[in-house]
Design a protein around this ligand. Structure first.
Ligand code: PEP
Length: 264
């Protein structure tokens, strides 16, 4: 199955010169590596989306956005809609990232409105879920994740839910160097499958793509994505260095190929 390696560039690449250096370096790194059945999704700041589409989009590289507003058009100063991004060549949108929840007051309900808008525009939503350190330590991680899924995907038909990619991002791991164990990630992946099976049936539960995000690096990628049922990774800081992002993509694609051979 195709693996997704999503790079969230956040609010970085401050100048055109910096952005152009990123393009050059990314292209050079990509040329030198062989990615087996995987796709890199780069999510630049919105001001760079158009140039990223022009300079980096290929069959194996897609462009994503980091956020949208749920309305399609109108008097919403400062916002951009999914339809605008779709027209520009964007294919994915990150929704409900923990930084948007923390700094911009986003909730499961606002994520729900945004996911609906992303789907209506014909784009793929990458919906971020995950518990804080306190929630994990007090034994509420599973409950929080169930709530994020149930509320975030409320009133969306199963046919549409099937297109959503879930990114499991433990908040305590994002931007830190703490990482969960492979078993903890597997437990959450199984929990997600259970929630989808109960709500939408086994067929859909088998189809839903699940990514892991939180301190993915060249040194941790293999361990964090060792579960063959994991469909890829969401990379923050390390995606700012094209060499590291492409290396991570290579590690994920090679280990998925090895998994496929071992399962034969
Ligand atoms: C993220 O921002 O979604 C993320 C996973 O960041 P980092 O890789 O830096 O932990």
């Amino acid at each position: 199955m195709q693996k997704l390696i999503v790079g969230n560039l956040k609010m970085n690449l401050l100048t055109i010169a910096e952005r152009d250096r990123y393009f050059e370096s990314f292209k050079k790194e990509l040329k030198a590596k062989k990615l087996l059945d995987s796709k890199i999704v780069i999510c630049p700041p919105s001001v760079h989306v158009e140039s990223f589409v022009k300079k980096t989009k290929t069959k194996t590289v897609s462009i994503g956005a980091q956020n949208i507003f749920w309305e399609e058009r109108g008097s919403y100063t400062g916002e951009i809609s999914a339809t605008m991004l779709k027209d520009m060549g964007v294919e994915f949108v990150i929704i409900g990232h923990s930084e948007r929840r923390k700094y911009f007051g986003e909730t499961n309900e606002t994520a729900n409105s945004k996911i609906k808008a992303v789907i209506s525009a014909g784009l793929v939503a990458i919906y971020c879920v995950g518990e804080t350190r306190e929630e994990r330590d007090s034994g509420f991680a599973a409950q929080i994740i169930v709530q994020q899924i149930v509320e975030g995907l409320a009133d969306i038909s199963s046919a549409k839910v099937a297109s959503v990619v879930i990114a499991y991002e433990p908040v305590w791991s994002v931007g830190s160097d703490s990482i969960p164990t492979s078993d903890e990630i597997l437990e959450t992946r199984i929990l997600l499958r259970k929630i989808f099976a109960e709500k939408y049936g086994l067929q859909l539960a088998d189809k839903i793509k699940v990514l892991y995000g939180g301190s993915v690096k060249v040194t941790t990628a293999k361990q964090l994505c060792i579960d063959p049922g994991m469909d890829g990774v969401l990379v923050g800081r390390e995606s700012l260095i094209p060499m590291e992002l492409v290396k991570i993509a290579e590690i994920i694609s090679v280990s998925s190929e090895q998994g496929a051979v071992n399962n034969k």
